[in-house]
Write a protein that binds this ligand. Structure first.
Ligand SMILES: Nc1nc2c(ncn2[C@@H]2O[C@H](COP(=O)(O)OP(=O)(O)OP(=O)(O)O)[C@@H](O)[C@H]2O)c(=O)[nH]1
Ligand SMILES: [Mg+2]
Length: 296
């Protein structure tokens, strides 16, 4: 494999600060789903960018927070352990330093890695003084390698992050083929896209109670389609009702939007069938968590 400069870069921060939006912008591909709901990302997601003799391996992580159920505990562990396997971390924030941020900085101190502070969502700030105030609140909290204000949404200054990573790259063979953008399987990416649509169309506890599993994926030569059957897992009958919606409206919309995105991702026509299954308290059952892709 090609020799060049490589780096593994973890993207960490509180839920909802824009980590997944940022990784998608950095690698110019939608490798991670995003949504306005906190705790969208549940797994470690790799986004690979190869440019000439450089390979950046970004690792998106779930938002760090203290959750009660076993799923949340595993999710938090995923984010923390990602720090052990990387050369540098991007600490993404969108507000003044507070207790939650201090909690995350403690993990940086433990792993002793270089950290770039990324102030995201600057498009929402009124003026430069607000950005300066946020930066000031972090000064002295950790010896940050660099501080970069960005807007992951519109791409402002996102390129600067790669420049700041350059000094931390080391000579090594590439870890992934040059055309690869993610190490997720097609099934994982499909399941995530379906979950993303559910996150957009449901409120309160429902988004957090949902898991998605691809049950079947089969080429249909006659119809020239890929037939996909997915299982949506919820915890309670009421949640199932909410997902189905009046006259099946909501389920239909989720299916249509997911199919459109999967078509785009795989560049084939998809025939998508969605099933809903109730699994009481799956978020606290190790066997269910393992089966749904949230292994320990
Ligand atoms: N205005 C604005 N919104 C942003 C920006 N970046 C992300 N967002 C929005 O913030 C919300 C959360 O974005 P995500 O990328 O899913 O956040 P995350 O940090 O990955 O969240 P978790 O996976 O839950 O930890 C979404 O509605 C995004 O569209 C930005 O630069 N500006
Ligand atoms: Mg995310």
């Amino acid at each position: 494999m090609t020799n060049g400069k490589t780096a593994f870069i973890a993207i960490v921060g509180r839920p909802n600060v824009g980590k997944s939006t940022l990784i998608n912008g950095l690698v110019n591909t939608k490798v991670a789903i995003t949504s306005p709901k906190p705790q969208t990302t549940r797994n470690r997601i790799t986004g690979i960018l190869t440019e000439a003799d450089r390979q950046f391996v970004f690792v998106d992580t779930p938002g760090m927070h203290k959750g009660k159920d076993l799923l949340n505990k595993r999710i938090d562990k995923t984010a923390v352990s990602a720090l052990q396997d990387v050369d540098i971390a991007l600490f993404v924030t969108d507000r003044l330093m507070g207790a939650a941020e201090r909690h995350i900085i403690r993990y940086f101190e433990q792993s002793q890695i270089p950290v770039i502070l990324v102030i995201n969502k600057i498009d929402l700030l009124e003026n430069k003084t607000e950005i300066d105030q946020i930066i000031l609140s972090y000064i002295g909290a950790y010896p940050f390698d660099a501080v970069i204000p960005v807007s992951a949404k519109d791409g402002t200054h996102v390129e600067r992050i790669k420049e700041a990573v350059l000094p931390h790259m080391s000579d090594s063979p590439f870890f992934f083929p040059e055309d690869m953008t993610s190490d997720q399987t097609e099934k994982q990416r499909m399941a995530e896209l379906i979950r993303e649509k559910i996150l957009y169309h449901t409120e309160q506890e429902v988004p957090h109670a949902v898991a998605v599993q691809i049950e079947m994926m089969e080429e249909n030569k006659e119809a020239n389609t890929l037939d996909v059957s997915a299982l949506i897992i919820v915890e309670r009958p009421t949640q199932k009702q909410i997902l189905i919606g009046k006259g099946g409206e909501k389920m239909k919309r989720i299916g249509t939007e997911a199919r459109r995105d999967i078509n785009k991702l795989l560049n084939v026509k998809i025939h998508l069938t969605l099933w809903i299954k109730i699994k009481k308290d799956w978020r606290n059952r190790p066997t269910d968590l393992n089966a749904f892709g949230y292994g320990d």
